[in-house]
Design a protein around this ligand. Structure first.
Ligand code: HEM
Length: 405
């Protein structure tokens, strides 16, 4: 029955797509994930599709209405480090909100965060590919996110927008992410404020209003969907590739993302307490809603061209397409009109598993030397890509307009 519904929906979507309107409108499934599976283990269980971020939304909407955002953005450019006091000159209501929003949740466990760093150091090479590609590409088949990004100001430079989110994924693993000299708290607070602005602005976009199935974007449920496209998707792929991960490192990695969800304004009752709880929530909120949209396809096309201007031969459109197909599966690759690549698709399917096993010391032989070298070089080029393209400081600003196009 579910299949039939999806097929029917997709067919309808195809027709609408051909007419140039929205594609699939995913059926709203009731929220049944229990707060017993969350970090505090209790909660009201209210459907997060009807929850936003009232505290941030009110302050930022007022700021936009008072025309104070450009001044605030300018002042906040100098606020970059977690431990830095807020700069002078901010409106009082914003300052109060930010002082509160920058506090780590009471359940933050510093020891777990330190273990997360160890995990990130050991697995950094895989993480570049996974955040950049598995998560980045997945965001293009999350319809609400693709539309919100496309029609908001950031949509005018989608590559910049998507690389910023990928960088956030990468930054979360940096040595000092949540330490006073790190930047993750600042990044989260600024992102939370940008999201609040989007909630105020997008409903004023005639383009977005025309295609969006909701009245107000970026609900708590939407944030968790995107959250799953990041750590849960990374974790699922590492499992699939049989990458051995020590239990404390796995927990540390999860914890760093639990903290980031809270810092982005997600209520504790929606933040999964364990990987199995995360997986069960993702099965409910992420897996069933994935679908192509015209906006997401354009986004994916831009992402596939990310290596174009770089001197990194293995990050070509064909190889990145093969990687997408390998990591996200045939269905998603077909949605995005990514052709099967004749050399890389079979190579990834046959040699990636043994390559990872050799790399992790679980096998001594089994991969031809050339394939081993190629994959090594491929991972190295991804790291180089991060270093060259994403080394600039993230300058997250509160948008004041939508995408004018
Ligand atoms: C902005 C990350 C969830 C839509 C941003 C920015 C970051 C970010 C880092 C700032 C980028 C920039 O300055 O261009 C995240 C993370 C999420 C999440 C880590 C979840 C864990 C979502 C969701 C949506 C969304 C669920 C929509 C349904 C947007 C939009 C912007 C934005 C429209 C503003 C772009 C602009 O016009 O400036 N997000 N986001 N995000 N995000 Fe998110």
């Amino acid at each position: 029955m579910e299949d039939l519904n999806r097929r029917t929906l997709l067919k309808t979507g195809g027709t609408l797509g051909a007419l140039g309107a929205a594609t699939v409108i995913a059926p709203a499934t009731p929220w049944t994930w229990s707060p017993a599976e969350s970090v505090p283990g209790v909660g009201s269980g209210a459907d997060p599709k009807g929850e936003w971020d009232p505290e941030a939304d009110a302050v930022i909407a007022a700021l936009l209405d008072r025309g104070e955002v450009p001044k605030v953005n300018k002042i906040l450019r100098s606020w970059t480090k977690n431990g830095q006091p807020l700069p002078a000159g901010l409106p009082a209501d914003l300052r109060d909100f930010m002082e509160h929003a920058r506090q780590l949740p009471a359940w933050t466990d510093r020891e777990k965060l330190a273990t997360a760093v160890r995990f990130n150091q050991k697995r950094g090479t895989y993480l570049g590919v996974l955040y950049g590609f598995a998560s980045g590409m997945m965001s293009t088949v999350i319809p609400k996110e693709a539309r919100a990004v496309y029609y908001s100001k950031g949509g005018a430079d989608m590559k910049d927008r998507i690389t910023k989110t990928a960088k956030l994924g990468y930054d979360i693993g940096s040595l000092n992410a949540y330490q006073p000299d790190g930047e993750m708290i600042v990044t989260c607070v600024k992102t939370r404020m940008a999201h609040a602005a989007v909630r105020h602005l997008l409903p004023q976009s005639p383009h977005w209003v025309h295609v969006a199935p909701e009245k107000k974007p970026i609900s708590q449920a939407d944030i968790m969907v995107t959250w799953h496209s990041l750590p849960t998707t990374v974790w699922r792929n590492l499992q699939k590739w049989n990458v051995p991960i020590a239990p404390d490192e796995s927990e540390g990695f999860l914890h760093s993302w639990q903290v980031s969800a809270a810092m982005l304004g997600v209520q504790d009752q929606y933040i999964p307490a364990s990987w199995s709880s995360a997986d069960s929530q993702a099965k409910q909120v992420l897996d069933p809603i994935l679908a192509p949209t015209p906006e997401g396809k354009k986004l994916a096309d831009i992402l596939l061209g990310l290596g174009y201007n770089l001197d990194l031969s293995l990050l070509s459109r064909g190889v990145l397409g093969a990687l997408t197909r390998f990591m996200l599966g045939d269905k998603i690759a077909d949605w995005l009109d990514i052709p099967r690549e004749p050399v890389w698709s079979p190579l990834l399917e046959t040699a990636w598993g043994p390559y990872v096993a050799v790399r992790e010391g679980a096998l001594n032989v089994g991969v031809p030397k050339e394939a081993y070298w190629l994959f090594d070089e491929f991972l190295r080029q991804f790291v180089l890509f991060y270093m060259s393209e994403l080394h600039m400081p993230i300058n997250i600003e509160i948008p004041v307009i939508n995408n004018p196009k």
